[in-house]
Design a binder for this molecule. Structure first.
Ligand code: SF4
Ligand code: SF4
Length: 93
């Protein structure tokens, strides 16, 4: 089964199995980052996640090159002890 965000002009077809209404996700606060570096140690691509989260505190956007490189495995966020949704910061800007 595949999932994707539904937009107002998307067709509803017999192949549509489920519709879920949800509000946009509010990412956890990057200011809670402790700078431990676990996120980038766990990243299989060794992307500089900790530095990007630190930069996010100051409103700096993630470079497109990094966004495209991320394979969206969520290892960074899974291991973050501060509970920051790091992957969302990486891919959503
Ligand atoms: S794992 Fe979480 S707390 Fe540690 S550096 Fe990465 S974002 Fe910050
Ligand atoms: S989601 Fe992206 S940044 Fe996070 S661990 Fe996976 S590849 Fe690295």
């Amino acid at each position: 089964m595949k999932c994707h965000a539904l937009y107002a002009d998307d067709p509803i077809t017999p192949q549509t199995h489920c519709l879920i209404y949800a509000v946009p996700i509010h990412f956890s606060d990057p200011s809670t980052c402790m700078g431990c570096g676990t996120c980038q140690r766990k990243c299989p691509l060794k992307l500089p996640v900790a530095g990007l989260i630190k930069a996010a505190k100051h409103g700096t956007l993630v470079p497109i090159k990094i966004q495209k490189a991320c394979i969206r495995c969520n290892a960074c966020g899974y291991f973050c002890k501060a509970g920051i949704d790091t992957m969302r910061y990486i891919i959503s800007q």
